[in-house]
Design a protein around this ligand. Structure first.
Ligand code: ADP
Ligand code: MG
Ligand code: MG
Length: 902
C-alpha cells in the first residue's frame, strides 16, 4: 500500500486522531481529535513526521506523491471554507505550524498569515473592511517568514542582536516612538502600511532577497522551514536536555487562519483546564484583545485574565474575558469541561476569537509542577475521572523532588528587605547571585556558583541558562509566558511579570524602587508567593508530609508497591530524615565516612601506620567507642527497622594525605617522621586501587579491623536492646568474589558477635550477608548464598567491573560515548539492564536456589533511579536502598512498577 503523507481535518471530521501522535505529532493528532469531537477547529491538514525524516535524510527532498496529496487536502480545505488560497477577491490564509510527538514549547517554528501578497491584500481589505487588520497580519507574516524561512532555515547565523527579526522589531519600535505609541495596537492602518514598505526594503538590504510575493512559494517555503526547524540549534539543545530522540521528527500542520487581530471583538489566548501552578480545579487562563499568535506568550502587553480566579495583581484592573465577551467565554468553559472529560487529564489550550466567534487552535496535556501534578492526580481520582492506578502513574517520580526542595526560612523572610513582587510561576525558595544572560548563568554555574537568571523575558534561546540557574526572574510576561512554562516543566523556582524591575542587561543593572542591583549581587526568591528579597536568606528543608494530597498519593503508592524502600545513611540525622520520608530501614551504612571525623582520623591513621597487629589493635581500641556511639545513634533512629552495615571498604591510602604540607602536619601531630609517613604512602600506593587491597580483602589481611567493627555494632545493638529499642543489625561484607572470602569474614563476625552477646548477657538477632558487586560473585551466587544470609547488589562496582570502566576515570570518555550514542545512558546512573542486569538476574536466581528465601536488595546509585527501580521490581528484589531525599521518589517508582507489571 502506498504510504499516506497528508492527513486532513476540519468540518467535524478528520483522517487522523489523538492516537496517531507519532505520525502526526501531538498538535496534529489533537487538532484531528478535537475536529472529530465537533469542536470548532479551523480546517487544515497535517504532513507527517515521516515526511520530515525523509526530508532531512535526503538533504531536502520530499517523498513522491507529497505535492499531489497536499494539493488534494488543500482543495478539501478550500471546499469546507468556501474560499480559495491565493484568490485575489477573497483569499484563504494559512498558518504553517510545527508539532512534534511531545510538545517542545517554542522550540520549533510557526509562520502565520501565509497567503498575503500584493494581489491578495486588496481582496482581504475589501472583504474584511478592515485595512488595519490586513496590514497588521502582513507585517507579522514578513517578520515571521524572514526570521524562520529566509534566515534560520537558510542557515544564516547573524551576529548577536542583528537577526532580521530583531532588525525589523527595531524599525517597528522606531515607528512607535516617532508616533509616541506605546503598544503595537496604537499603530493605525497607514502606519502599518508604511511599516510594511520599510520592512520589505530592510529584508532586501539584509538578506539580499525579495520577500516572496507568490502564495505557493510562501507555503512551500514555510513547510520546508518548519521541517528544518527540527534540527535548529534550540530544538537540538532542548531535545538533549529532555532526552527526546533525534529521529522522531516534527509534523507540519497547515491550517486555515482565524484572526484574533480583527479588532476589539477579537482576541487570542491560552488557558489551562486546571490551575497548573497549584493543581486546583479551576479554569485558568490569559488572553489579549486584538492580538495574534504568540503575543500572549511573548509578554508584549500585560495579558488579561479569562475570568475572576485567573486575575493577578497585574491584571486585576483589566476586565476579564468573561466580562468582556461572555458568549465566547461560556463556550470556552464548556469546551474546557468536554476536553478534560475526553482526555481525562489537565489540558493546555490555545484559542482565538475572531469577531466574536470562538476557535480552538490547540490542546495538549498541560505541563505542571510536582505539587500540582499530585493534587490533580488525587482530585481527579476522587472525582471519578481516573482510577487509583492511573493516579499513581500520573505523577513522575522525579517531580516529588520539588516537594522536598527547600523553602525560604519564613522568619528571616519576614525580616528581609522586600524588593519586588511578581507572579509565582515556579514554587519553592531559591537564593543566588544575579546574572543577566543565559550564557553567564551557564558559565557561573559551571564554576559552582548559585545564580538567578534575571531577564525582561526569556526566549527559547535561553534554555541552557535557565537550566543552569537556581531560579528564573523576569520583569515581563504572565503565567503562560515562556519562562513560566519552562520552569513549570522542570519544577524550578520562578517568578515572572515582576513589573517593578527595570533591567538593563547591557549595563548589568537592575533598578527597583530606586535601588540598584548589579551582577553578582545576592537575591532570594519565594517562588510560591512571587516575592523577591534582597540578600541571601537562609533556606529550610521542606516538609512534604504537610501536603494532604502528597500524603494521600503516597498512601496509595505504598499500598501497591511490592519493593521495600530503604535508605543509604551513615549518621543518625540522615537516618531520621530518611525515615520521615518513609524509609523502611537502612540498606547501606558505610562505615568509612565515620573515620574521617576530626576526632577519629588520627586514631585511624595510627592504625594504618602500625607495623604489627598489636599496634593496630591499640589504635582500633580508640576507634571502638567512637564507632559504638555512631551505631547507637543510628539504631535508635531506626528503632524497629533493619540496619545494614558494611564493613570497611575503601583502600587504606584514602585515609592518608598525599601532599607534602599535609604529610608534614600529620607527622607533627602524630609525633612520627615525615619519612615514615611517606614510606607508608609509598607502600600503600596501587596502580589500580579500584581493583586493589580493599573491601573484604582488607578484613582478610587485618581481621582485627572487621572484629573491631563487629564488636562496635553488636555492643551498640546490645546496649540499645537493653533500653527497649528493637534492633536488627545486618553485617555486610563488601567486595566478595568467592565463597571462602565470605566464609573467612563471616567467622570473624560470628565469633566476635557471640562473644559480645555472651558478655552483655543479651541476644540480638543479627545477620551476616554480602554485597554482590564482583561479576564472579553473581556467577557463583549459589555457593555464596550458602554462606550469606542476604545479598545486596552493589551496582556501582558491578557496573564498573562488568563494563571495565573505572568509576574514577570514566568521566573522561563517557560524555563522548553518550554524545556519539555508543551508550544510550550513563550506566552509573541508569542500570544497564540488558548487560549488567543479566548478572543481577543470575545472582538472584542462583542465590535463591540454595537459599529460597534469600533477602535481596540493591544499594548502588541505581536504587534511587526510577527506571532502575522498575527493573529491581521485575527481577524480584525485596528492597531498594537510596539516599534519603530519593526515598519518596523510590516509593512512587516502586508503586508504578507494581502497577505497570500487574
Ligand atoms: P507553538 O507550538 O510554539 O505553540 P503554534 O503552532 O501553536 O506554536 O503557533 C503559535 C501561535 O500561533 C498559536 O498559539 C496561535 O495563537 C497562533 N496560530 C497558529 N495557527 C493559527 C491559525 N490557524 N489561526 C490563528 N492563529 C494561529
Ligand atoms: Mg501552540
Ligand atoms: Mg563497592
Amino acid at each position: 500500500m502506498a504510504e499516506k503523507w497528508v492527513y486532513f481535518f476540519g468540518g467535524g471530521r478528520a483522517e487522523g486522531s489523538a492516537k496517531m501522535r507519532e505520525l502526526l505529532g501531538g498538535k496534529g493528532a489533537n487538532l484531528a481529535e478535537m475536529s472529530r469531537l465537533g469542536i470548532s477547529v479551523p480546517s487544515g491538514f497535517t504532513i507527517t513526521t515521516e515526511v520530515c525524516m525523509r526530508f532531512m535524510n535526503t538533504g531536502g527532498k520530499y517523498p513522491q506523491g507529497l505535492r499531489k496529496e497536499v494539493g488534494t487536502a488543500l482543495k478539501k480545505v478550500e471546499n469546507i471554507m468556501g474560499i480559495r488560497f491565493g484568490d485575489p477577491q477573497n483569499p484563504l490564509l494559512f498558518s504553517v505550524r510545527s508539532g512534534a510527538r511531545t510538545s517542545m514549547p517554542g522550540m520549533m517554528e510557526t509562520v502565520l498569515n501565509i497567503g498575503l501578497t500584493e494581489s491578495t491584500i486588496p481582496g482581504l481589505v475589501s472583504k474584511s473592511g478592515n485595512e488595519r487588520f490586513v496590514y497588521d497580519a502582513y507585517r507579522r507574516l514578513i517578520m515571521m517568514y524572514c526570521d524562520v524561512v529566509m534566515e534560520k532555515a537558510a542557515g544564516i547565523e547573524p551576529k548577536e542582536g542583528q537577526g532580521i527579526r530583531q532588525q525589523l522589531e527595531r524599525e517597528m519600535r522606531k515607528m512607535k516612538d516617532a508616533k509616541g505609541a506605546q503598544f503595537d495596537t496604537d499603530l493605525d492602518a497607514s502606519d502599518l502600511k508604511k511599516l510594511v514598505g520599510i520592512f520589505k526594503k530592510k529584508v532586501k538590504q539584509v538578506l539580499k532577497k525579495d520577500f516572496p510575493d507568490d502564495v505557493n512559494d510562501q507555503l512551500w517555503g514555510a513547510i520546508a522551514a518548519v521541517f528544518r526547524s527540527w534540527n535548529g540549534r534550540r530544538a537540538v539543545a532542548y531535545r538533549k536536555i529532555e532526552g527526546i530522540p533525534d529521529d522522531w521528527g516534527t509534523a507540519v500542520n497547515v491550517q486555515t487562519m482565524v484572526f484574533g487581530n480583527m479588532g476589539e471583538n477579537s482576541a487570542t489566548g491560552v488557558a489551562f483546564t486546571r490551575d497548573p501552578a497549584t493543581g486546583e480545579n479551576r479554569f485558568y487562563g490569559e488572553f489579549l484583545v486584538n492580538a495574534q499568535g504568540e503575543d500572549v506568550v511573548a509578554g508584549i502587553r500585560t495579558p488579561q485574565a479569562i475570568n475572576k480566579v485567573s486575575k493577578t495583581k497585574a491584571s486585576m484592573h483589566l476586565p476579564s474575558l468573561e466580562e468582556l465577551m461572555p458568549k465566547p467565554y461560556h463556550q470556552l468553559a464548556k469546551i474546557r469541561a468536554e476536553l478534560e472529560k475526553h482526555y481525562r487529564d489537565m489540558q493546555d489550550i490555545e484559542f482565538t476569537i475572531q469577531d466574536g466567534k470562538l476557535f480552538m487552535l490547540q490542546t495538549r496535556t498541560g505541563k505542571r509542577n510536582g505539587a500540582a501534578a499530585i493534587r490533580m492526580a488525587v482530585e481527579m481520582c476522587k472525582e471519578g475521572l481516573i482510577s487509583k492506578k492511573e493516579a499513581i502513574l500520573r505523577v513522575k517520580p522525579e517531580q516529588l523532588d520539588e516537594l522536598l526542595h527547600p523553602l525560604l526560612d519564613p522568619k528571616s523572610e519576614k525580616a528581609a528587605e522586600r524588593l519586588a513582587e511578581g507572579l509565582p510561576a515556579g514554587p519553592g525558595g531559591a537564593v543566588g547571585q544575579i546574572v543577566f544572560t543565559a550564557d553567564e548563568a551557564q558559565d557561573w554555574a559551571k564554576k559552582g556558583k548559585e545564580v538567578i537568571l534575571v531577564r525582561d523575558e526569556t526566549s527559547p534561546e535561553d534554555v541552557h541558562g535557565m537550566r543552569a540557574a537556581r531560579a528564573i526572574l523576569t520583569a515581563k510576561g504572565g503565567m503562560t509566558s515562556h519562562a513560566a512554562l519552562v520552569a513549570r516543566g522542570w519544577g524550578k523556582c520562578c517568578i515572572v511579570g515582576c513589573g517593578g524591575l527595570h533591567i538593563s542587561a547591557s549595563k548589568k543593572l537592575v533598578s527597583v524602587d530606586g535601588k540598584k542591583l548589579r551582577e553578582g549581587d545576592w537575591i532570594s526568591l519565594n517562588g510560591t508567593k512571587g516575592v523577591v528579597y534582597k540578600d541571601k536568606l537562609p533556606l529550610l528543608p521542606a516538609d512534604p508530609a504537610k501536603n494532604v494530597y502528597y500524603k494521600k498519593l503516597m498512601a496509595w503508592a505504598d499500598n501497591r508497591r511490592k519493593l521495600g524502600i530503604r535508605t543509604n545513611a551513615d549518621n543518625p540525622q540522615d537516618a531520621k530524615t530518611a525515615r520521615s520520608f518513609g524509609a523502611e530501614g537502612i540498606g547501606l551504612c558505610r562505615t568509612e565516612h565515620m573515620f574521617f571525623g576530626p576526632d577519629r582520623l588520627t586514631a585511624m591513621r595510627q592504625m594504618i601506620l602500625a607495623d604489627d597487629t598489636a599496634g593496630r589493635k591499640k589504635a582500633l581500641k580508640k576507634l571502638l567507642p567512637l564507632q559504638r556511639r555512631d551505631f547507637t545513634g543510628i539504631f535508635k533512629a531506626m528503632d524497629g527497622l533493619p540496619v545494614t552495615i558494611r564493613t570497611l571498604d575503601p583502600p587504606l591510602h584514602e585515609f592518608l594525605p598525599n601532599d607534602k604540607a599535609s604529610q608534614m602536619e600529620m607527622a607533627k601531630q602524630m609525633n612520627v617522621t615525615v619519612d615514615a609517613i611517606k614510606a607508608k604512602v609509598q607502600s600503600l600506593h596501587e596502580l589500580n586501587p579500584m581493583l586493589g587491597h580493599r573491601g573484604c580483602r582488607l578484613g582478610i589481611t587485618y581481621p582485627e579491623i572487621t572484629a573491631m567493627q563487629v564488636q562496635a555494632i553488636i555492643e551498640a545493638a546490645c546496649k540499645v536492646a537493653k533500653q527497649g529499642v528493637k534492633v536488627y543489625p545486618e553485617i555486610m561484607i563488601p567486595l566478595v568474589g568467592t565463597e571462602p572470602e565470605l566464609e573467612n569474614q563471616r567467622q570473624v563476625a560470628v565469633e566476635t558477635a557471640e562473644a559480645v552477646m555472651k558478655k552483655q548477657g543479651v541476644r540480638v538477632k543479627y545477620l551476616v550477608g554480602t554485597m554482590i558487586e564482583i561479576p564472579r560473585a553473581a556467577l557463583m551466587a549459589d555457593r555464596i548464598a550458602e554462606v550469606a544470609e542476604f545479598f545486596s547488589f552493589g551496582t556501582n562496582d558491578l557496573t564498573q567491573m562488568t563494563f571495565g570502566y573505572s568509576r574514577d576515570d570514566a568521566g573522561k570518555f563517557l560524555p563522548d560515548y553518550l554524545a556519539k550514542k555508543i551508550l544510550p545512558s550513563e550506566p552509573f546512573q541508569t542500570l544497564d539492564q540488558e548487560g549488567v542486569g543479566q548478572l543481577v538476574v543470575m545472582g538472584i536466581e542462583r542465590g535463591r536456589k540454595s537459599r529460597p528465601n534469600l533477602k535481596v536488595g540493591i544499594c548502588g546509585e541505581h536504587g534511587g533511579d526510577p527506571d532502575s527501580i522498575g527493573f529491581c521490581h521485575r527481577v524480584g528484589m525485596n528492597y531498594v536502598s537510596c539516599s534519603p531525599f530519593r526515598v519518596p521518589i523510590a516509593r512512587l517508582a516502586a508503586a508504578q512498577a507494581a502497577v505497570a507489571n500487574g
